[in-house]
Design a protein around this ligand. Structure first.
Ligand SMILES: [Zn+2]
Length: 118
């Protein structure tokens, strides 16, 4: 299951970011996952629960923001959703377009530290 290696990488990176910020732990991690990134959100959530064990993220929540895949048509300057499975065809001028503008993202956008003890 490749989501497990992705989840491990997310846990590792988030722990590093939290450490650099001087945080004791992480309460939540937000990731942007493109429609074409090849990641199943449910599987990622499950893998995250396994990967976070025994790390600074042990109590952390994973928030997945899905990014739709969009392509760009240079011919008529139209941006269109390619859908799933992806179909690279401009709906406006009826021509093929391979210029992907988004949808392959797989990145951490936020690491929220646990609140400091009062
Ligand atoms: Zn077009």
């Amino acid at each position: 299951m490749h989501e497990l290696s992705i989840a491990s990488a997310i846990v590792e990176q988030a722990a590093e970011i939290a450490r650099a910020d001087g945080a004791d732990g992480v309460s939540s991690v937000t990731v942007r996952v493109g429609e074409l990134a090849g990641v199943v959100p449910d599987a990622l959530h499950f893998a995250f629960e396994v990967a976070r064990d025994g790390t600074a993220l042990a109590g952390a929540r994973l928030i997945v923001e899905q990014v739709p895949a969009v392509a760009w048509c240079g011919g008529c300057a139209e941006e269109f959703a390619v859908g799933m499975p992806p179909f690279f065809w401009c709906p406006r001028c009826d021509r093929p377009s391979q210029e992907l503008r988004g949808g392959r993202e797989l990145e951490i956008t936020e690491v929220a530290p646990v609140p400091a003890p009062a």
